[in-house]
Design a protein around this ligand. Structure first.
Ligand code: MG
Length: 384
C-alpha cells in the first residue's frame, strides 16, 4: 500500500532529508502536503519533483510572492490558520512533524486528534506538551515514531521487549563542540564556535542546543514522555564519536545498542517504514576504520542546561514549558549577540525561579504559559 506522507517544514534539514528517503522509494510513498515558512524557491523545486496535492507557505509576504512568481498544479495555502486545519486532514497516513520549537505543538496535536500517525522530529512538542500529546495519542490510538536519533535508537532496541524488562535508558550525547573546553573559557565562546558541531549537520537552534547540551536535556524529557520512564532511569552518556545512538539496559543486565554513522536519513527511514526496514542508500559503518569508541560522564557543572532539565523533571514536568520557552528566547538572543553563551542557562534558571506552572494539562494553559515565559524572558534580557 502507498503511504501518504505530509511534511511540516519540508525545506528544513529534516524535511529535505525526509524527501531524500522518499526519493529512494517513490513508488511506496505519495506526498500529500509540504509546508515551508519562507523558502519558496526550494518549495517550488520540491513541488516539481514530488507532486504534492497541497502546499502551504506560513509567511504571508512569501505566500504572496509565491503566488506572483509560480504557477503550480497543486492547491496552495498560506498562514498559520490553514496550517492548523491542514494538519487535521485525514488524507495523511503519516505526518512528519519537523517544525522548529513550540510552533510545532498545535499542528502536531491536531494531527494526533484526527487519528493521524506522527513521525516526530520536533522534540519541543513532547517537552512542552508531553502529557497532553501522549494522552491524546493513546486515546486516538495514534502511533508516535521519534525521528530524533537517540529515541529512534531506543525504539529499535525495544522491538520484541516489554516495558517491564527495561532497567534504564542510556541516551548518548556527542558532547558538542565544547566537550573538552575548560569551564573558565566558556565566556569567550562565539556564535561561530557554537554553530560548529563536530558530528551532525543540523539547523541553528538545535546546533546551539547541542553546544549547551540543552539538546540532551530536552531529549531526557522527550524520553520520559515517549517511553514512560522515570527520570532516575534515564542516563546520559557522553560518546564523542556519535556511533552508538543510544542503548537500553534490561533487568537481566543485558544491554542493547543501535549503531550507525551519524546520518539522520536512517532514523527518518525507520520512522517512515516501521516496523519494516527498506534498503537505504547511505554510507555504511566501518568499525575497523573508526577503531575506538569512547565514553565519559557528562559534566553537569559545565553543562548547566542538562542539570536544569533533570531538575524540572524531578520537580514538575510541566515546568518544562518554561524551560523550553526561556531556552528558545535565550538561543535566539545569543544568535543576535544580545547575550553570551554562558548567559543561556542563567536566563533559563532565572525564569524557572520567577514563573510558576502548577501541573498544567490543557492546551490553552500550555500556550498561555509559553507566551508569558517568552514575554518575561524578552523583558529580562532587554533589561540586563
Ligand atoms: Mg538527538
Amino acid at each position: 500500500m502507498v503511504k501518504k506522507i505530509s511534511i511540516l517544514g519540508s525545506t528544513g534539514s529534516i524535511g529535505t532529508q525526509t524527501l531524500d528517503v522518499i526519493r529512494q522509494y517513490n513508488d511506496m510513498f505519495e506526498v500529500n502536503l509540504l509546508t515551508t515558512n519562507s523558502n519558496i524557491d526550494l518549495l517550488y523545486q520540491q513541488i516539481l519533483e514530488f507532486k504534492p496535492k497541497k502546499v502551504l507557505i506560513n509567511n504571508e509576504t512569501k505566500y504572496n510572492e509565491f503566488q506572483d512568481l509560480y504557477k503550480v498544479d497543486c492547491e496552495v495555502f498560506g498562514g498559520r490558520e490553514d496550517l492548523l486545519s491542514l494538519c487535521s486532514d485525514k488524507e495523511t497516513d503519516l505526518l512528519v512533524s519537523s517544525l522548529v520549537g513550540f510552533s510545532g505543538v498545535e499542528p502536531t496535536l491536531n494531527a494526533i486528534n484526527s487519528g493521524v500517525d506522527v513521525a516526530l522530529a520536533n522534540k519541543e512538542c513532547l517537552v512542552s506538551a508531553g502529557k497532553l500529546i501522549t494522552k491524546s495519542a493513546k486515546k486516538k490510538n495514534v502511533k508516535i515514531y521519534a525521528i530524533d536519533s537517540e529515541h529512534n535508537a531506543i525504539l529499535q532496541c525495544l522491538v520484541g521487549e516489554e516495558s517491564s524488562f527495561i532497567e534504564k535508558l542510556i541516551l548518548t550525547a556527542s558532547g558538542g563542540p565544547f566537550r573538552s573546553l575548560e569551564k573558565s573559557k566558556f565566556k569567550e565562546i562565539t556564535i561561530k564556535d557554537a554553530l560548529n558541531h563536530p558530528n551532525w549537520s543540523m539547523g541553528s537552534k538545535i546546533t546551539i542546543d547541542s553546544a549547551s547540551m540543552m539538546n540532551k536535556g530536552l531529549e531526557v524529557i522527550e524520553a520520559y514522555w515517549l517511553f514512560g520512564i522515570s527520570p532516575d532511569k534515564i542516563d546520559v552518556l557522553v560518546h564523542k564519536q556519535s556511533i552508538i545512538h543510544s542503548m537500553v539496559q534490561f533487568v537481566d543486565g543485558s544491554v542493547k545498542a543501535q549503531l550507525g554513522l551519524p546520518d539522520m536519513r536512517v532514523p527518518i527511514s525507520y520512522a517512515l517504514t516501521y516496523p519494516m526496514r527498506f534498503k537505504l542508500d547511505v554510507p555504511r559503518l566501518d568499525l575497523v576504520k573508526i577503531s575506538e569508541l569512547n565514553f565519559e560522564k557528562p559534566d553537569l557543572e559545565k553543562f548547566e542546561c542538562l542539570k536544569l532539565a533533570y531538575s524540572v523533571l524531578n520537580e514538575d514536568a510541566t515546568k518544562a514549558i518554561i524551560l523550553n520557552a526561556a531556552n528558545e528566547i535565550a538561543v535566539e538572543s545569543f544568535l543576535q549577540e544580545k547575550i553570551n553563551f554562558v548567559d543561556i542557562p542563567k536566563v533559563i534558571s532565572e525564569m524557572l525561579n520567577k514563573i510558576s506552572s502548577n501541573n498544567l494539562e490543557e492546551l490553552e494553559e500550555i500556550i498561555e504559559l509559553d507566551r508569558k515565559t517568552r514575554e518575561f524572558t524578552y523583558n529580562y534580557i532587554g533589561n540586563k
